[in-house]
Design a protein around this ligand. Structure first.
Ligand SMILES: C[S@@+](CC[C@H](N)C(=O)[O-])C[C@H]1O[C@@H](n2cnc3c(N)ncnc32)[C@H](O)[C@@H]1O
Length: 336
């Protein structure tokens, strides 16, 4: 019999210490600064404008958390933080952590209230507007949100590009494309594909800038619209990433029906999210993401692969299947 220890309880309970230390490091540009050149403590104090008192503890805590390395008093990024948290690299995924720091960290402080009331706890709290209206009222906030979405979908985008039989299809349409991480990644990986990013009209300039930056503007265009009010543009494959979890059950089913209508016979829908395991006991990130949808949206929730396959069958899709992508993400594929 194993002896009981409080270690796991304490690690989870005090997990916000580690989380906020990383979020502040991203905010202060620790990893981007060290990507330019490894540096010692006095140099980092100066470059990052850190107060002397916490500087050493902060940087050594990042070493202990395996987010930095230190040798002979010189700090440098780990391979992971250098690749993913240097703002100067296209592989940067810190946008989602910037958003977590600026918004979610504070809003999650009201989790208990959300658990009691079932109500949104973000900027829309007590208002009629939805999350997207709140973000899109201000260009800077819009850009930050759309960039954050690229951070959270980059890994899945590469896995979808690699694991789906794209050679059998000519075109794709990404519903709720945000900045366009999935369209850009698919177009870069498969030069025979053309694509559409469909999102609210305000997203257009940020999307088009990203396609130009990735060199695929000639093959991927933006179409503005509202996916509840307008028909979806037609394409051989329709992708919906981190879309269904934003909405309630009726809205989820409506979006799947609209995808079915927009596809040709032989077409496919790819839904991806942090799909929860059918037994709802393994994918902690997916389950916590669902609580995040409680904080962020009036009716959104994450779901299991089995649930999504049932909704797909109901919308008319055949042979739905679940395939793991990276980390907590999976895709559910349905055929028309
Ligand atoms: C959570 S983000 C997901 C972005 C991206 N697909 C990803 O996986 O990172 C949801 C996207 O849906 C878009 N959206 C929200 N409501 C919409 C609507 N009614 N019509 C079209 N797009 C909408 C938002 O602008 C946002 O880009």
């Amino acid at each position: 019999m194993s002896a009981a220890t409080p270690e796991h309880i304490m690690q989870v309970g005090m997990g916000f210490w580690a989380s906020k230390t990383l979020l502040s490091a991203v905010e202060l540009g620790v990893f981007s600064t060290l990507a330019e050149a490894p540096a010692d403590l006095p140099t980092l104090e100066r470059k990052l404008a850190l107060h002397r008192r916490p500087a050493r503890d902060f940087l050594d805590a990042l070493v202990a958390l395996k987010l930095l390395e230190r040798e002979n008093g010189v700090y440098r990024n780990t391979a992971d933080t250098d690749l993913f948290l240097d703002r100067a690299k296209p592989s940067y995924i810190g946008g989602i952590l910037e958003m977590a720091n600026a918004r979610l960290y504070g809003f999650w402080g009201s989790l208990t209230e959300a658990l009691r009331t079932g109500e949104v706890q973000n900027e829309s709290k007590g208002k009629e507007e939805d999350l997207f209206t709140a973000h899109y009222a201000e260009p800077d906030r819009l850009r930050r949100f759309l960039t954050a979405m690229s951070g959270i979908s980059a890994g899945a985008a590469h896995a979808i590009a690699a694991n789906f039989p794209w050679k059998d299809h000519k075109s794709f349409m990404d519903v709720g494309s945000a900045q366009g991480m999935v369209p850009a990644t698919l177009a870069c990986a498969h030069p025979h594909l053309t694509g559409i990013g469909f999102d609210l009209p305000a997203v257009k300039p940020v999307f088009e800038e990203f396609m130009a930056h990735r060199g695929v503007a000639g093959r991927v265009r933006f179409q503005g619209g509202n996916f509840f009010e307008d028909p979806l543009p037609k394409a051989d494959v329709i992708v919906m990433g981190h879309i269904l979890h934003d909405w309630d059950l009726d809205q989820k089913k409506l979006l799947l029906r609209k995808a079915f209508e927009a596809l040709p016979k032989g077409g496919a829908v790819i839904v991806y999210d942090a799909i929860i395991d059918d037994d709802r006991r393994e994918n902690a990130f997916g389950l916590l993401m669902s609580l995040n949808m409680l904080i962020e949206t009036p009716g959104g929730f994450d779901y299991t692969g089995e649930e999504c396959q049932d909704w797909m069958r109901e919308a008319g899709f055949s042979k739905p299947r679940v395939e793991p992508l990276v980390g907590p993400d999976s895709m559910v594929i349905g055929l028309k």
